[in-house]
Design a protein around this ligand. Structure first.
Ligand code: ATP
Ligand code: MG
Length: 559
């Protein structure tokens, strides 16, 4: 399901050209995550691109787990990745694992050895690194580079048989130690790892390296266009070298695009793993995380994520996207689909003294201001209600149009109330307001001879549910948490990224929320019930505020 917002990016142009040249009957792509963590919103870009292209060209997209490093990988991640892709609204043509191809990849390696294009090297890691040279200096040939085919075959089969310890030998492609492209300086293609693999168990103790596995897996699957991020641009020569030197069934075309980066965030599984393992967040699906599962738990919709990716577009230029752009995409999506409701986050009791005790006045209100099909509901006005503490100030400044001593305000959908008494506790904190209401101000009528500007939300103290609300702010307080190389990125974490309010009062319609509904709490933002909710105590996550409260801060930062 691609929302098709950017139909002719440069990748689609390349595909169109290949189709015009009759290079392919069918377009085949793949999304190849390594199952060593949960997917983040950067991956959503690759998913949107690969699955979107397969959809639009009536081709195929494989979900391929790049599971060649048994040490960091786990089945938990496989399951989570599948769930995330599904949630984003995409369907794979099939699921594959690079490990399915271990036998075939092993054959390709042997083919290279027989052709004199691969050799077993026995230098220790450190020496091998030294021999590799630098960007400025060419590398040096290993003394083992000219081993005979027979000797290489013998050593490689003994590596596979488990005769040697980890690190003792590696298999390298024989390309060019003088190449200006370091990736072509005899890259390692197999290493020894005595470690059980989550899928192949103890069948193997040698594992193929990423570059070797990746392109050849693409070819085995009949991929036509292998779309990857820019850091692989320098690996393309190697990608093509492997494909040209083994009897690969086809030669996929690698095309690179820029990664998605978001400010106030990090976009790397390694760093996200650190946040999870060191307890900086409450798991991979913590609603502050830029993971797909975090965004989902927070209440983001898949369509908002897709629209966001579509509007960022696919380019070759590396850049950083503003977090506010993602937040705006979710606001835009939620505005039309979210029923409205009232909730008080920091309750302050307000007693309407001239409202009869024990009575209630039903007020019929629309669930959505512009969508009559969402119906109406009754809310009840009673003598005792709650308003938000933030809507009252004892000594309000000039521009404060809400409530204060001897001031008036309109209760949303209700009447104008006048505050004539403020009750405080021993600590001097305001704990209750005494008011009167004007019965002639129903339906928006203004009181005699004056205009009341402020409107505040409220809930009936007798007809409400107790709830908790979790307010989220950006996970990092620096726009680029990696900018300062002298400190750990975790030092840029925002200590106020989570605020939990446990004494909230919500209108009754919010008492038994439906899992598929996001609500707009009037004036406060969009909210989504958290999976920690119980039937007696709902917990809501704030997805996003109604307006971009960071716009000002970002502007200051830039100026
Ligand atoms: P990470 O550093 O988070 O582990 P990765 O690139 O190693 O990222 P993989 O699981 O190997 O993660 O990625 C699967 C696919 O998703 C790759 O094709 C990769 O290029 C793409 N991808 C990863 N991060 C981004 C990103 N930020 N923007 C766009 N595509 C991405
Ligand atoms: Mg990776």
């Amino acid at each position: 399901m691609s929302d098709n917002l950017e139909p002719v990016n440069f990748i689609r142009q390349a595909i169109n050209a290949d189709l015009a040249d009759k290079k392919h009957d069918k377009i085949v792509t793949r999304f190849p995550p390594e199952p060593n963590g949960y997917l983040h919103i950067g991956h959503a870009k690759s998913i949107w691109l690969n699955f979107g292209i397969a959809d639009d060209y009536e081709g195929e997209c494989t979900l391929r787990f790049d599971d060649t490093n048994p040490i960091k990988e786990d089945e938990e991640f496989v399951t989570a990745i599948e769930e995330d892709v599904r949630w984003l609204g995409f369907k794979w043509s099939r699921i594959a694992h690079a490990s399915d191809y271990f036998p075939k990849l092993h054959e390709f390696a042997i083919e290279l050895i027989h052709k004199g294009l691969a050799y077993v090297d026995s230098l220790d890691m450190e020496t091998m690194r030294e021999y590799r040279g630098t960007l400025k200096e060419p590398g040096k040939n290993s003394p083992y580079r000219d081993r005979s085919v027979e000797e290489n075959m013998d050593l490689f089969s003994r590596m596979k048989a488990g005769e040697f310890a980890d690190g003792k030998h590696v298999l390298r492609a024989k390309i060019d130690m003088q190449s200006s492209n370091i990736n072509l300086r005899d890259p390692v293609i197999y290493r020894i790892r005595h470690h059980a693999h989550q899928r192949t168990g103890d069948a193997w103790c040698i594992y193929p390296m990423y570059d070797f596995t990746h392109g050849l897996s693409d070819a085995i699957e009949g991929v036509t266009h292998s779309l990857c991020t820019l850091e692989f641009e320098d690996h393309r020569a190697l990608y093509d070298w492997f494909l040209s030197h083994v009897s690969a069934p086809c030669h996929p075309r690698q095309i690179e695009f820029s990664r998605l980066n978001l400010n106030y965030s990090v976009m790397s599984k390694r760093m996200l793993t650190q946040l999870v393992n060191n307890g900086h967040v409450d798991g991979w699906d913590d609603p502050r995380m830029p993971t797909i599962s975090g965004l989902r738990r927070r209440g983001f919709t898949a369509s908002a994520v897709r629209n966001f990716i579509g509007s960022v577009g696919i380019t070759k230029k590396a850049n950083v996207i503003e977090m506010s752009m993602l937040e705006n995409a979710v606001r835009e999506d939620l505005d039309s689909i979210s029923p409205r409701a009232m909730g008080v986050l920091k309750p302050l009791k307000l007693v309407i003294e001239n409202f009869p005790e024990g009575e209630s006045e039903p007020i019929e209100v629309a669930n959505h201001p512009n969508d009559p099909s969402m119906g109406t509901r009754n809310i009840l006005l009673t003598r005792e209600i709650y308003i938000d503490h933030d809507d009252f100030m004892e000594d309000p400044p000039k521009k404060f149009f809400r409530l204060g001593p001897d001031r008036e305000v309109r209760l949303r959908y209700g009447f104008v109330v006048h505050c004539h008494k403020v009750i405080k506790n021993d600590a001097g904190e305001v704990i209750e307001l005494r008011c009167t209401y004007d019965p002639n101000t129903r339906h928006g009528q203004q009181p005699e001879g004056r205009k009341v500007k402020g409107i505040i939300h409220w809930v009936s103290a007798e007809h409400c549910v107790d709830a908790s609300v979790r307010l989220y702010d950006r996970l990092f307080q620096e726009a680029n948490p990696l900018a300062d190389k002298t400190k750990a990125f975790t030092e840029s974490l925002n200590p106020h990224s989570l605020q939990v309010l446990t004494n909230c009062k919500l209108e009754l319609s919010l008492g038994s929320p439906s899992v598929d509904t996001r609500y707009q709490f009037e004036r406060l933002g969009y909210f989504y019930p958290d999976i920690d909710s119980s039937s007696s105590h709902p917990i809501y996550n704030r997805i996003v505020t109604l307006r971009d409260s960071w716009a000002k801060i970002d502007k200051q930062r830039k100026s």
